[in-house]
Design a protein around this ligand. Structure first.
Ligand code: NOJ
Length: 504
């Protein structure tokens, strides 16, 4: 009965303002609205390999994994990875077989701009991505392109990376080169992937570049990334109105559930949502165009008590607020799991730290099913709650699920992946059909196994397994491929009987 919200039209993201809820059954299966599309995602450093080929320069992840193999779980790196740089045609074929409508991939900044700046464009890098997009379009797949999925040119890190305010200008230059280079092709854009992760883990922790300066550099990073996003969005709309394309940002949100129903736990959980998600969502999707009030208050107060003459959380100018507010056609959401939150007791620590500023303590329930990633437990109801919170907090924005997925042990029998996807998609369906959340598409992470950052190749998220020891980096379909492909092709969730047919 329902229908009506569509995601892509004529090969580009179409943003609609009117969405109707309702439940649709076809042949006994629960179906998503017509034009709700399914896709798959990857990222350049995690799959491309070819780290120093045809003019590509060094990224922070190249430098980090080469200098500090001991910081990577299996001491490996992305030098070759799944070699998608040479095997992208094979990957496009896998997607065409799957029946998905779009591919979310990212562009490697140092492959396109070896100096990091727009003074020198590496034509071979551009050629590679043009061929990839052409191949996608030939196979009736659309391109949803992330400009930044963590592989910063090392040359820019040498200037301080995202802690340096000039990065916002450099990012806009890079974004302009990309948009121009693919102007004649059908592309929609995501500026940044998971700023929380790369600012908090990269500048506040031990992911590349490993700055480990929480409570300082993570805030500087976040500030400049938000400015960069807002400036790039305005540039896109001002300089390329004829393209009529969509641009958004991908923010990650694990659901933060109060550990108990006590008012203290509820307040702590809301503070956690504002620190972990509102940090990036509020300046763009709220009416204030600024950091969440609770974040401002807590970091200002902690900084004062620590005797800093100014807050460790920077302040936006009125001009910055204006260009950031509303600077997205859709909210890209990465969601995987849920946490239980309670307040952290005791005095403010003298040592600056993001987690201390938030003042929360986070756990997971022992009886939530485990996966192959320590942080990822299966809690599908958290997905529905997260979507409803976003709906309430930001006036029901258009949301595109840009990542959801699970890791399984090596091998092709992955019933846990099937179960995970089914349970999360049921939760998503309820959020759309019963709660009226405006979600326009679902992207599974990931098409193929890939380099899982500091976890190396030990965690496998792929629908297709990659045999890293084979010369061809052979891709083989896992059992869940049949299941996900049914969903991608029909838009409906198969019945359990249907699923049971092909599970050993
Ligand atoms: C988030 C990141 O965007 C992606 O790079 C990572 O591999 C997945 N989640 C799984 O952890």
């Amino acid at each position: 009965m329902n229908e009506s919200h569509s995601c892509f039209e004529e090969g580009k993201l179409k943003i609609v303002s009117r969405v109707q809820g309702g439940v649709a059954f076809r042949n006994g299966e629960l179906c998503f609205p017509k034009n709700f599309y399914f896709g798959v995602a990857t990222a350049s450093y995690q799959i491309e390999g070819a780290w120093n080929v045809s003019g590509k320069s060094e990224s922070i992840w190249d430098r980090y994994t080469h200098e500090h193999p001991e910081r990577i779980f299996d001491h490996k790196n992305g030098d070759v990875a799944a070699d998608s740089y040479h095997r992208f045609r094979e990957d496009v074929k896998l997607m065409a077989d799957l029946g998905v409508k779009y591919y979310r991939f990212s562009i490697s900044w140092p492959r396109v701009l070896p100096t990091g700046l727009a003074n020198e464009i590496n034509e071979d890098g551009i050629r590679y991505y043009r061929e990839l997009i052409n191949e996608l379009n030939r196979n009736k797949l659309m391109a949803l392109v992330t400009m930044y999925h963590w592989d910063l040119p090392q040359s820019l890190q040498d200037l301080g990376g995202w802690t340096n305010p000039i990065m916002a200008d450099y990012f806009v230059d890079y974004a302009r080169v990309l948009i121009k280079s693919f102007e004649d092709m059908r592309v929609d854009w995501i500026t940044f992937n998971e700023p929380l992760s790369f600012c908090q883990a990269g500048y506040g922790g031990m992911d590349a570049p490993g700055a480990n300066a929480s409570g300082f550099e993570d805030y500087l990073c976040g500030h400049n990334v938000l400015r960069a996003h807002g400036m790039a969005y305005r540039m896109y709309k001002r300089e390329f109105p004829h393209l009529n394309g969509a641009m958004g940002i991908t923010i990650d949100m694990g659901w933060q559930e109060p550990a108990t129903t006590s008012p203290e736990d509820q307040e702590a959980a809301e503070t956690a949502r504002q620190f972990y998600f509102g940090w990036f969502a509020n300046p763009i999707f709220s009416k204030t165009g600024d950091y969440p009030a609770v974040m401002r208050k807590r970091v200002d107060e902690a900084s004062r008590q620590q005797r800093y003459p100014r807050s460790r959380l920077p302040t936006f100018t009125a001009e910055e607020v204006e260009y950031m507010q509303g600077s997205a056609d859709f909210l890209g959401l990465n969601h995987y799991t849920t946490y239980l939150i309670s307040p952290k007791k005791g005095k403010i620590s003298p040592q600056p730290s993001f987690v201390e500023d938030a003042g929360i303590y986070s756990t997971q329930k022992e009886d939530w099913p485990k996966t192959n990633s320590t942080w990822l437990r299966v809690v599908p109801w958290g997905f529905r709650k997260a979507l409803n919170w976003i709906k309430r907090t930001y006036e029901n924005p258009i949301v595109l699920i840009t990542e959801n997925g699970v890791s399984t042990p090596p091998g092709l029998h992955d019933r846990r992946r099937t179960a995970y996807i089914l349970s999360y998609l049921r939760a998503l369906h309820a959020a759309i059909a019963l709660d009226g959340c405006r979600v326009v598409g679902y992207t599974y992470w990931s098409l193929i196994d890939n380099f899982e950052w500091t976890r190396g190749f030990s965690e496998r998220f792929g629908l297709y397994e990659v045999d890293y020891s084979s010369p061809n980096k052979t891709r083989t379909a896992r059992e869940s491929v049949k299941f996900f492909s049914h969903i991608a092709k029909t838009g409906c969730l198969p019945t359990l009987n249907w699923v049971a047919q092909f599970q050993n």
